[in-house]
Ligand binder design. Structure first.
Ligand code: HPA
Ligand code: ZN
Length: 342
């Protein structure tokens, strides 16, 4: 393929989907300060530079502590709109044609922010971006697994009142010690309501958590899933059923899953025939958006443009778009690849 343009240009502009991004994790320090100021809320950091310098994490929990603290500046529908639109502008600039975005209702509702405030803000930004930027969005309501399953069920019941704005449910926050089985009732209820189901599993947790997400939660996609490789039977199950794994390379390195990007198991995952996509997770905290993840991962692992196109194809195939729309997006990808071939 012709790769004579700017290095990375081929993969940055590849038509792709982003399937693993937490909207609260897209809140850049600059916008966090701006929003804190307009809401007259104190931050414990004196400057953007000081805040950024705190973004050093040993593990998932260290990250989550600061991520929840940052999200606490969000108060009004406008705050959620601004954060979401800023993300969608960056994503559209990275070739993203479809973003299926996580949001954490409990992080906001437990601070007294009413459901319609955050949901309408996020949703309105999605509508605006669809009109103006040609990127479509779907929203995935996530349950915080460090909180009680009963609280998740209450969150779902509230969320179902806004079901027209939601495509599915997910499971995030601290993984180890909070196995998927705890949430089987709430995922059953979500499934019965016609929502898609995904779950974080195998990020820090063992392969058993990925089995649990598949068998107990009936997850259609696994978020992260990097530890699945430890269990050959699980790899076969994921490969045979084309269960997508939404991998987040920068996140995995920042949270200690791998020492460097060169150590990432993504190529092994692909060799096993898994549907692997590349995603940003919490780009404001982990050093880059989806395009940066594509570019740096390609460089670090020496992946060909053809392999990167397979990853983009995987992402589009793994979306929850209707089949006809998915087909159109896949055709755009094929046309893009053909037009960039030597
Ligand atoms: N893992 C679990 N929960 C999260 C993450 C993550 O990477 N990002 C935001 N919430
Ligand atoms: Zn995540």
């Amino acid at each position: 393929m012709d790769n004579t343009a700017t290095p990375g240009a081929f993969v940055r502009d590849l038509p792709k989907a982003e399937l693993h991004v937490h909207i609260e994790g897209t809140l850049e320090p600059e916008l966090m300060f701006e929003i804190a100021e307009r809401n007259a809320l104190p931050l414990r950091f004196d400057s953007i530079a000081e805040l950024r310098s705190a973004y050093k994490f040993q593990d998932l929990q260290e990250f989550l502590d600061i991520y929840y603290e940052g999200a606490a500046v969000l108060q009004t529908e406008q705050d959620f709109f601004d954060m979401t639109l800023a993300y969608l502008q960056r994503a559209a600039g990275d070739g993203v044609r479809r973003a299926e975005i996580f949001f954490d209702p409990q992080t906001h509702a437990d601070r007294g922010i009413p459901f319609p405030v955050f949901l309408e803000g996020i949703h309105a930004a999605g509508r605006h971006a669809e009109r103006e930027l040609g990127i479509s969005t779907g929203l995935i309501l996530c349950f915080l697994r460090h909180l009680a399953p009963e609280a998740a069920m209450e969150t779902l019941e509230t969320g179902l009142a806004y079901q027209e704005h939601i495509i599915g449910v997910g499971l995030d926050s601290s993984e180890v010690g909070f196995p998927p089985e705890l949430f089987s009732d709430v995922f059953d209820r979500a499934g019965a309501a016609g929502l898609h189901r995904v779950a974080h599993a195998g990020e820090e947790g063992p392969p058993a958590y990925v089995w649990g997400a598949l068998d107990t939660l009936h997850a259609e996609r696994i978020d992260h899933g990097i530890r699945a490789l430890e269990d050959p039977g699980l790899v076969s199950r994921l490969a045979d059923n084309r269960i997508p794994l939404t991998v987040c390379p920068f996140s995995n390195v920042k949270l200690g899953g791998f020492t460097t990007l060169q150590d990432h198991v993504l190529p092994t995952m692909m060799d096993h025939g898994l549907n692997v996509s590349i995603n940003s997770d919490d780009p404001a905290y982990f050093g880059g958006y989806v395009g940066d993840n594509y570019i740096e991962t390609q460089k670090a692992l020496g992946l060909s443009d053809a392999t990167m196109a397979v990853i983009a194809r995987n992402s589009l195939e793994a979306t929850f778009l209707p089949a006809s729309v998915k087909q159109t997006r896949l055709q755009e990808l094929d046309d893009y690849v053909a037009s960039h071939s030597a």
